[in-house]
Design a protein around this ligand. Structure first.
Ligand code: ZN
Length: 200
């Protein structure tokens, strides 16, 4: 057994010690009507149930290398999204890092009318990618799980991730935003170099 394998086994054992009740939720797929709802605002902050939900969502997102995850994707009807990571995402290896964030009851305001198109995938739309127009610069506000306000002005990939995740809170999946369906297809065809290791 090489050092890599030993390190891996140690990491697994460590994960079991530190997260005895780690929960990976099933991610709903496009076609499930629960993905089409307008989500309810969070009204109670800093509760055990909310912190547990957030932890489970991070476990679920990391288990599938997601760039973000919205509560409706695991069937929870709340305005809650998570996104970002301290590590580069193998599904989006060339993208800048977005800080790990939990965002509740978000409000997005576009800054200017500039848009940009780029490829997106979605854990609820596995195996596909499409080019999606998004606002280039946005301000987003909302709350963290403790009820403290979040207020950020961002652009580029960070802005795209936030717009994608918050769309899940109004029942929109990225294919509904695609304008040019010649720029929509299977990941394994469009990006054969990622599909070998990632099946998003
Ligand atoms: Zn998505």
């Amino acid at each position: 057994m090489g050092p890599v394998n030993r390190a891996h086994i140690f990491a697994l054992a460590f994960a079991e010690i530190t997260a005895p009740s780690m929960t990976i939720h099933t991610i709903l797929k496009m076609g499930d009507p629960r993905l089409l709802r307008v989500a309810q605002p969070v009204t109670e902050f800093d509760t055990d149930a909310l912190h547990l939900l957030v932890r489970d969502m991070f476990d679920t997102m990391r288990s599938v290398n997601g760039a973000g995850l919205a509560a409706p994707q695991i069937g929870v009807d709340l305005q809650l999204v998570i996104f970002g990571s301290n590590h580069r995402n193998p599904r989006y290896p060339d993208r800048p890092l977005v800080p790990p964030t939990v965002l509740l009851n978000p409000v997005i305001t576009p800054l200017g009318d500039e848009e940009e198109e780029d490829w997106e995938g979605c854990l609820s739309v596995p195996g596909l990618r499409g080019k999606v127009p998004r606002w280039s610069r946005i301000r987003y506000t909302g709350f963290d799980p403790y009820g403290d306000p979040i207020d950020r002005t961002v652009e580029g990939f960070h802005a795209r991730v936030v717009q994608h995740e918050c769309d899940h809170l109004i029942g929109k999946l990225y294919p509904m935003r695609v304008r040019d369906f010649t720029q929509f297809g299977f990941t394994e065809v469009l990006f054969p170099e990622i599909s070998a290791t990632e099946d998003d």
